[in-house]
Design a protein around this ligand. Sequence first.
Ligand SMILES: [Zn+2]
Length: 127
Amino acid sequence: MNKHEKNLHNCQAIVITCMDFRLRKGIRKWTIEKFKNKTFDRVAIAGGVKNLPFILDQIELSFKLHHISEAYLINHEDCGAYGDENTFKKHKEDLLFAKQIIKQKFPALKIYTLFQKLDGKFIKVNK
Ligand SMILES: [Zn+2]
């Protein structure tokens, strides 16, 4: 594979969300506005960043194979995978913890943490 072919296989970002079907419409709208004609890898897993080892593996592959420069971590309101722990406080803690761990492993990566409401709105989650 030459360099040119390799570059064709690059993408901008990885987007990690919960698998919950209720989010799909909102995510599609958000990614169309956010990335326009840029490409991104997409991971949908119950609980979003809740399963951090799995997320780390996916980011590592995306980084190695597609040379991403950004990661979007998106948890959401009323997430079944969180059960009784389903509070904004807990989601915020998990998102910021995931960001910290990912940053340690991939210092070059820009990491964005977001919380999606069921009405489709996205809230930026920062310290
Ligand atoms: Zn969920």
